[in-house]
Write a protein that binds this ligand. Sequence first.
Ligand code: AMP
Ligand code: MG
Length: 487
Amino acid sequence: MKALDELTFDNRFARLGDAFSTHVLPEPIAAPRLVVASPAAMALLDLDPAEAHTPVFAELFSGHKLWAEAEPRAMVYSGHQFGFYNPQLGDGRGLLLGEVYNEAGEHWDLHLKGAGQTPYSRMGDGRAVLRSSIREFLASEALHALNIPTTRALCVIGSDTPVWREKQERAAMLLRLAPSHVRFGHFEFFYYTKRPEQQKELGDHVLAMHFPHCLEQPEPYLAMFREIVERNAELIAKWQAYGFCHGVMNTDNMSILGITFDFGPFAFLDDFDAHFICNHSDDQGRYSFSNQVPIGQWNLSALAQALTPFISVEALRETLGLYLPLFQAHYLDLMRRRLGLTTAEDDDQKLLEHLLQLMQNSGVDYSLFFRRLGDESPERAIARLRDDFVDLKGFDAWGELYIARVAREGVADQEQRRKRMHAVNPLYILRNYLAQNAIDAAESGDYSEVRRLHAVLSNPFEEQPGMERYAERPPEWGKHLEISCSS
Ligand code: AMP
Ligand code: MG
């Protein structure tokens, strides 16, 4: 276990130089205080969890203090936003403070979000509000606990610094951790500004740091692209399986590591709705829940375009063709597990689609359905879940098919079935209204609800005594919260 001043830095991205990022110092926020910290994320840096409660912790993650070895840099990138190319992006309110390596030899980027203006701020103030910082913190740590690849969040620091959004709010900073902050948009930037040499420098860096095994392949760039396709297909399969809606799948928010990146107006589905749009500003539904799958491919095509100087168009096309089948395979595998199935049958996809259509028609709670399906024997669970459906005949027909499908796997011990299903079907998810309650309390200075919710979500598969209310269906108001990009 380390103290804060014992972190070891090795700032590999900063060493690429000024073509890739700009040196900028964080602008401190006033009266910094700890809102919440993640002991699990601190452990990634070998940090003693007690360090979170030292005054220097809040100072370091609010821009008041800096390690001597830190080299804060704003990264430059561009990207496609809502389908249109925007040449002018980059870290407008976040800074890569440096890279730290832990005792296991892993490198972690320390990225401070809300650290003030940079050359890439455009018209923005360089700040993040408490509300959005809490949402990102809770979501990163909750996704991680669900085994969904994601950036991590070390802490949120609150302040007295006023920030103007639709109303006056308070600035906060979030310390984000990831093995890399390189986005699809990094490659797009050097491609569209026609700087092949620098693009190659970036590509070689990413290969050496994050895909070293690809260097042994005959075409390292192609091998790397293939892995990016594979990782993103798997990531989006997990989002779809767990009802996670990202909300702003612009190419500047897509990680080359295939991890969930840049949280804005995200949501977990409450009632199942394939067409759900979590981003209030997304009028066309480009990033609706079911559109995430084709958008994943669209984004990979945008990356492929940027990689044409290194890889033949033919090879890029062929590799892009892997995305959908890979997505399908991962998704079906996860959904079989969520349904408690241990074998594969040809009609499983149909069985699943049939269920989702029934859930859609009746507005059934997506997460609780699967949890309850494992609570009791298939027959009993189906009999109990029936009450949630409007189309009783339709559900009865599905229930018969499901019970017969389970029976074909042989008689299983119900206790084992329950354990197996509960290990993949969370009881607690980050519902929008739960985040909102925690934010409301935090905005009035009470951080206990954020901390409690974080603790509950860190262990989503285990029933936690006294925490029943976090596992309930949302109240009606909680289903209609309007979350926009403004954060
Ligand atoms: P996001 O919607 O958070 O993915 O951000 C899109 C772009 O806008 C990125 O280049 C951000 O750095 C920039 N940006 C977002 N909010 C702000 C802000 N308050 N101040 C400056 N830049 C911002
Ligand atoms: Mg972004």
